[in-house]
Design a protein. Structure first.
Length: 389
């Protein structure tokens, strides 16, 4: 079956964060929204049919995750990433962000140091500071080929830290970390007894030519000293169904984590998230292949457009995710002037870079999981309002 990613979906007036909060976020209800990391594509038809079929049953009572649900996730991880996962390693959490917040609370105490690699997804920052832990920035470096980890700094920081929250692949810079890079992280963290939380929510969105490596496949020691978070939500546009999985090979860590999740009454979730995730994991391979080809086309279009029309915009072509990280510092405008020009003149709603960390000042994150026609409009607006500066 050929899927239509060019189709435009009207999302306004559906209590949609991306569209219906434009006034609150950007001070302009007319911006073209290219910010929140969900897709403007239809959730796959086979997923929608499964949810509708379950919705037709007249009772939406308490439910549990059965063996077929976990078998579907296991099968997906084996097919897509050659990761053999045992059913008992997995436990439900309502979302990846919720999952690593629970892990921060379960495995650290107030005042403990937790490392993040900024610029990084804003909830990483909040997961540390909201619970009284000390945030330690292992800031990424920009090298010849894009963003890189600062291993010398990480070595020093790991000597006193309790935890590292790893973004694998990385949001917003789009790196798909290599085995060599992840192995170095593992060596440092194992040597210093630093627990690794690996957010792998974007793992299925690895673009052609790159290969994702689950952190827990680095070896038995790494697997026994990590908690991995996975979900179908980014891959299949299911974020509103609040269904994710924590994968914990180490039984001691797993028991501690599950007990903490239970203590927060966070283990049930909803019926439709279960149905949608299972169906996506069982039937979604071809849909995902076509999605990635389409997103790569959008990325290539933006890359070519910026090179030709906006050479002052430095961009980082992603290896994974459907976002691009754009550097507007070359225009010589202040942070506030850039924001005003982007939102009020160009009328574009992109994520503000400084929300990902102070090193993101002057940057924007653009979401390219949308029809090509939308991308074309966005690029034309950028050219019209930034091209003569």
């Amino acid at each position: 079956m050929i899927y239509d990613f060019d189709k435009t979906i009207e999302r306004a007036n559906t209590n949609c964060v991306k569209y219906d909060l434009r006034q609150a976020v950007f001070g302009n209800p007319e911006v073209l929204p290219l910010w929140v990391a969900d897709m403007d594509f239809e959730t796959p038809d086979f997923v929608r049919r499964a949810v509708i079929e379950r919705a037709n049953h007249p009772v939406y009572g308490y439910h549990f995750k059965d063996r077929p649900y976990y078998e579907a996730i296991k099968g997906w991880l084996q097919r897509r990433h050659q990761w053999t996962v045992e059913t008992e390693w997995m436990t439900f959490v309502p979302g990846v962000v919720c999952g690593f917040n629970l892990a921060v609370m379960a495995f650290t105490r107030e005042g403990d140091e937790v490392i993040i690699q900024s610029p990084v997804y804003p909830p990483f920052h909040h997961a540390v500071t909201s619970h009284g832990r000390k945030l330690v920035y292992n800031t990424l470096k920009v090298g010849e080929k894009g963003y890189e980890m600062d291993f010398d700094l990480l070595e020093r920081q790991a000597a006193t830290a309790k935890m590292l929250i790893l973004c694998n692949p990385h949001n917003p810079v789009g790196r798909c970390w290599t085995r060599k890079e992840l192995q170095k992280v593992s060596e440092i963290c194992l040597r210093n007894n630093v627990l690794v939380l690996s957010d792998e929510i974007h793992c299925d969105l690895v673009l052609p030519g790159y290969k994702f490596l689950p952190y827990a496949t680095l070896g038995e020691q790494a697997a026994n000293h990590c908690i991995v978070f996975h979900a179908a939500s980014k891959t299949f546009n299911l974020a509103g169904l609040a269904t994710s999985t924590a994968i914990i090979p180490n039984k001691t860590l797993r028991d501690t984590y599950i007990n903490y999740v239970h203590s927060m009454e966070a283990e049930l979730g909803n019926i439709f998230g279960k149905v949608a995730t299972q169906t996506a994991m069982e039937q979604g391979d071809d849909w995902l292949r076509q999605l990635l080809d389409y997103v790569q086309g959008n990325i290539d279009y933006v890359s070519s457009f910026l090179k030709e029309h906006l050479p002052k915009v430095r961009f980082f072509k992603p290896e994974a995710t459907y976002m691009m990280w754009l550097d507007f510092n070359g225009f010589g405008l202040s942070e506030e002037a850039l924001w005003q020009k982007m939102t009020q003149e160009a009328q574009l709603g992109l994520n503000r870079g400084k929300e990902f960390g102070s090193e993101g000042s002057g940057f924007f994150r653009i979401n390219l999981a949308c029809p090509r026609s939308t991308v074309e409009v966005a690029m034309e607006r950028l050219r019209d309002h930034f091209g003569n500066i």
